[in-house]
Design a protein around this ligand. Structure first.
Ligand SMILES: [Zn+2]
Length: 145
């Protein structure tokens, strides 16, 4: 018997994470150097993204990716990430303080729980992902309009 994936209504495709992000983060992400693929481990994929002071660790979980192993190539990951829901995290300050950690967690797309809304820095809760995550998604060839 085949077991089919059951999809929750709230999960987000990689391209949804991109399109729901704010314009400022999108345009800043274009200025970043190319992300460095660090490793894949089960369905979890890790990148290091060069930034002004130090590289940031960007972590993406592809929710349904049974074929991803530590031996998976970047091309395999690129193919799978186009059509699956993802969860996101980044080590940068913006991810926490601009409220992306909170916003993504609330949208069922955050890896780590955050229940403090960005009352001061982003009261309207705009956006979804920081520039590092957006750079990784573009690097993975996520189709964005
Ligand atoms: Zn970041």
């Amino acid at each position: 018997m085949r077991v089919f994936k059951r999809k929750s209504v709230n999960e987000l495709l990689a391209r949804d994470v991109y399109t729901k992000s704010d314009r400022g983060s999108k345009s800043r992400s274009i200025l970043l150097s190319r992300p460095k693929f660090e490793k894949a481990d089960n369905k979890e994929v890790y990148f290091s993204v060069p930034s002004q002071f130090r590289p940031h660790k960007t972590h993406i979980i592809i929710i349904y990716a049974p074929s991803i192993t530590e031996d998976s190539s970047l091309d395999e990951i690129k193919e799978i990430v186009q059509k699956e829901d993802i969860k996101i995290a980044c080590s940068c300050e913006a991810f926490l303080y601009q409220g992306f950690k909170y916003i993504s967690y609330k949208a069922d797309a955050g890896i780590d729980k955050e229940d403090r809304p960005p009352i001061k820095r982003n009261p309207l809760q705009k956006g979804m992902a920081c520039k590092h995550i957006l750079a990784v998604l573009r690097y993975l060839g996520v189709k964005v309009v």
